[in-house]
Design a protein. Structure first.
Length: 158
């Protein structure tokens, strides 16, 4: 009797199930598609906004009304803030002018009463200080205007 000397001939791998040809083709052609959309702004994307109407009656209209109220509120705050800065600036100028005039008048009175050096200092120091403040202030304002212009022009180029 002849015995087969080869190992594993005629044996089938019973541990792993055989995959059919259809399953293999389906695995090869299966692909993942991912779509990503970006939207930036104070309101949701129009497609998303319209879906709010399905969830809540007049949901999109309510969201738009809320955004409009928020914009009006923000603009009112900005206007109020700007107006308070302008008012504070005027008060500062008025107080500075009054203080400088009082010091100059005191200096003139001292000079008229024979205290010429003290009176001259009282009159000269405020004048020099005021000139310095206006020169430095106008230079700072010019620098600020130039910086804003560069910022604006940079934004237009982008």
């Amino acid at each position: 009797m002849a015995q087969s000397g080869g190992r594993g001939r005629g044996r089938q791998n019973r541990g792993a199930p055989q995959k059919s040809r259809n399953e293999l083709q389906r695995q090869e052609t299966l692909a993942e598609i991912q779509i990503q959309q970006m939207f930036s702004g104070p309101l949701p994307h129009p497609d998303i906004l319209s879906s709010y109407n399905e969830a809540v009656p007049d949901g999109a209209e309510r969201i738009l009304a809320m955004a409009e109220r928020q914009a009006v509120h923000r603009q009112a705050l900005e206007t109020s803030n700007l107006q308070s800065h302008v008012t504070r600036s005027y008060w500062g100028l008025a107080c500075g002018f009054i203080l400088a005039m009082v010091i100059v008048i005191v200096g003139a009175v001292l000079a008229l009463h024979g205290k010429t050096i003290t009176g001259g200092l009282f009159m000269g120091v405020p004048v020099v200080a005021l000139v310095g403040v206006f020169v430095i202030g106008s230079r700072d304002n010019r620098g600020e205007r130039e910086r804003r212009l560069r910022q604006l022009m940079g934004g237009l180029r982008d």
